[in-house]
Ligand binder design. Structure first.
Ligand SMILES: [Mg+2]
Length: 200
C-alpha cells in the first residue's frame, strides 16, 4: 500500500504542475506542421533532418517567451512551503530546457525552493519523460531509494516516469478531469496539490 509518509525526496514536473499551464501545444504543432497525435519533441523527430533545427529553435524561442511570463499555481506554492518546512529535498524534472526552467522558476517566484541548479533537470540533462532516467539521476545524487521519493506531475508522462522509477506518483488535474487511462500510473490523483499536506 502506497503512502506519502516518510518520503523525503520529491521530484516535480514544472510546466502546468508548479506553474499555470500556458503551453498551447495544439496550435504550436499545427503552426509548425507537427503531427497532432505526437508530443512536440517526438513530432520533430518525424520531420526531415533539414527542418528539425528550425523547429527546435522555434520551440526554444516559444519556451523563452512563456518562461518570462510564468506564474505559480497557488496550491503548488502551498505544497512546496509545507514540504520545505518539513525539510524535504526538492527537485525538478522537466521536458523544458534547464535554462528555460531557471527563467520560469525565477519569473514565477519559485527559485528559492530549488536553490541547487543540479537538482533542476531539463530535457538535455537526462532522457526525457516518460523515461525514468531523470528521476533515477536525482535519486543517485541524493543517495535516496525509490521508496523514499515522490514524482508529481500533471501529465501521463510524469506518472509513467515515476512508476518506471518505482517512486510514488501523484497527478494533479490541471486540464479538466485526469483521463481514466492515466489512473493506472498514478498512486494518487488530486484536484489540488495541497490536498496531500495532511498526509505527510
Ligand atoms: Mg506538465
Amino acid at each position: 500500500m502506497y503512502t506519502l509518509v516518510g518520503r523525503r525526496y520529491w521530484v516535480f514536473d514544472m510546466d502546468g504542475t508548479l506553474t499555470v499551464p500556458q503551453h498551447d501545444f495544439s496550435s504550436f504543432k499545427a503552426q509548425h506542421g507537427l503531427p497532432a497525435e505526437l508530443d512536440v519533441l517526438a513530432g520533430i523527430e518525424t520531420l526531415p533532418d533539414s527542418m528539425q533545427g528550425r523547429v527546435h529553435r522555434a520551440v526554444d524561442a516559444w519556451e523563452r517567451e512563456l518562461a518570462a511570463g510564468a506564474r505559480a499555481m497557488p496550491d503548488a506554492v502551498a505544497l512546496l512551503q509545507g514540504l520545505r518546512s518539513r525539510g524535504v529535498t526538492l527537485g525538478i524534472l522537466t521536458r523544458n530546457t534547464a535554462a528555460g526552467a531557471e527563467v520560469t522558476l525565477r519569473a514565477a517566484g519559485l527559485s528559492a525552493y530549488f536553490p541547487d541548479p543540479a537538482c533542476v533537470l531539463g530535457r538535455t540533462c537526462a532522457e526525457p519523460k516518460p523515461s525514468p532516467d531523470g528521476i533515477q539521476r536525482l535519486l543517485r545524487r541524493w543517495g535516496a531509494r525509490p521508496e523514499q521519493a515522490v514524482m508529481v506531475g500533471d501529465w501521463l508522462f510524469d506518472a509513467q516516469a515515476g512508476r518506471a522509477a518505482g517512486v510514488a506518483t501523484l497527478l494533479v488535474a490541471r486540464h479538466g478531469p485526469v483521463p481514466k487511462a492515466w489512473h493506472p500510473f498514478a498512486d494518487r490523483v488530486v484536484e489540488r496539490l495541497d490536498e496531500v499536506l495532511g498526509e505527510l
